[in-house]
Design a protein around this ligand. Sequence first.
Ligand SMILES: [Zn+2]
Length: 414
Amino acid sequence: MKNSITMNESRFWKTMVVSNGIGTHRETGLKRLAFTEEDKAMRDVFVQWCREAGCEITIDQVGNIFARREGTVPGSDPVAMGSHLDTQVNGGRYDGILGVLAGLEVIRTLNDEGIETLRPLEVIVWSNEEGARFVPTMGGSAAFCGNWDLDFILNAKDDDGITFEQALQSTGYQGSAPLPSRRLDTYLELHIEQGPILDAERKQVGVVVGGYAVRSLVIEVKGETAHVGPTPMDQRRNAIVGAAYVTTALNEIGWKYHAEDAKTTTSRIVAFPNKQGIISEYAEMMVDLRHPTQAGVESMLAELKQAIGKAQQRAQVSIQIVKELKYGMDSFDKEVISAVKQSVKKLGYDSMEIKSQAGHDAYQVALVAPTAMIFTPCDMGYSHNEKEDATPEQLSPGLNVLLHSALARANRPL
Ligand SMILES: [Zn+2]
């Protein structure tokens, strides 16, 4: 194996330019929600590129795409690289897309160089990572890992009442590969940091050693409809008010733990009937708590539960946490992290260890396969915003670290 091999970055950027044109939103952003026309168009282009690169395509029941370049040892488990091609409603051009198109370019570069690997290489596109259309986030990778039931994922509905499965079928990307079943030797995900640390510290690569502990909750608030005029204050059971008390209490918890770098968010409240002149009987909230440690997020959650008790009394409603998703922490594999560090050293880049504060498919895959992530800097850390940006100089080190880490893992003696 040649040590000097580097990615064909001009070709990689040409693929980025094509992606930038599919689902363009607000000049420099993307709106490419899962299983929309735009998502289908991007998948079509990606699959065509992979076939041209000699890959065999497999698609599973939730629309995850696996593009495989065979290895020289038949039947060995693949070293996979991947991320997602869907975006947020006001998404950027790099979040997720970088990890997928970088994986493709690894395969194209190896093809050009005539380099074979012992294990197969795969590029994976995970479905609906953002959760911007169907809740939960990371639905494709979570179904792949058996972390969520297949039926729960397939029956999730978007705001128009269309199910995940209906939307997936309309794109033609529901495959027959069963879930969960596929084995991976290694999973590597290259991603922009989505935060300001690497850019501010002027580091070329972030070696992700774990993630913040995250609790993602769905909370239901139940009250009763009534007229907004004659109903006395002490007889009101307004679900919106209950959701508001929980929201402000959660925000205060975030401030209380701010010095420890914790974060709290209410990202969504949907109420019914949500009309003028009537008190709402129902609200569904999505909230999120993050902390660098498991103990920290646990005590924040305990405080939230206390606050829910108070909000129930004050608003005269019932409030229940109906879904709780946990992820993050030290779920990445020491050997794969070490392979990433060795690639950084071999290539002479300036790097730092970093913890991911965002959710990624890698957290799901880490439950079933040895996994690590590589972060690149991005401009000021802007993300989930059309201002998300990264220069070729910022991405180049991460691209080459992905290439060399994948090669090292794929050529380990069997
Ligand atoms: Zn992402």
